[in-house]
Design a protein around this ligand. Sequence first.
Ligand code: HEM
Length: 197
Amino acid sequence: MPESNPPGPNTGFTPLQRILHWVVAALVLATLAGGLTIGRLGFDRVTAVLGGPGRDVLYEYHKTFGLIVLGLMLIRLFVRIDRGRPAYDPPLKPWQQGISLTVHYLFYVLLIAMPVLGWLATDMSDYPVEFFAWDFPQVVPKSETVGTLLYDWHRYVGWAIALLIVMHVGAGLMHWLVLRDGVMGRIALPMRPKSRR
Ligand code: HEM
């Protein structure tokens, strides 16, 4: 992956990279919230609280949003490899660069691994892999033992993603509100300049 594009004034990510960032952020938060609800309460209590139809909607949207995250993350990875990362202007300290790069790479790895683990765990446990109203065909043989193991990893990676989100949001807020160094502007949504009329 190219580390950075040549430095210059007002460097920032491309409009496509900015839009992908915020769409994926919203989907991951929604998917994580649904997953944590399922994980904390368990199937029976989710059914008791939401009723059968409500539970099915929660599972269906958890799986669907997760699969959309997988597709968007593969597109993001391709765009990131192709376009690189704009240089920081002014440059960050080496330790800040190191931490930010590590967190960003881990996001790519874990946000691709997470939906794949959920998909394989569901498929192996003989549950439907739902994309809205459509069920994916079975792609791996049924195995309860491996399915349970993959669900365990789905849970561990979920906690790792939650930790990364806390670090990432904390760093973003620090750059935005305390350091005011323009780092947030690199990834802010592209806005149309206001008309003067
Ligand atoms: C960004 C993507 C995803 C995130 C962040 C995510 C997050 C989570 C979390 C945190 C849990 C709770 C784990 C626990 O505490 O036991 C969970 C459970 C679950 N996830 Fe995901 N998930 C994602 C994608 C998927 C996908 C693509 C599928 C299937 C196609 C899926 C299927 C499931 C199922 C069935 C459960 C419940 C497991 C059980 O009942 O033990 N997930 N998810």
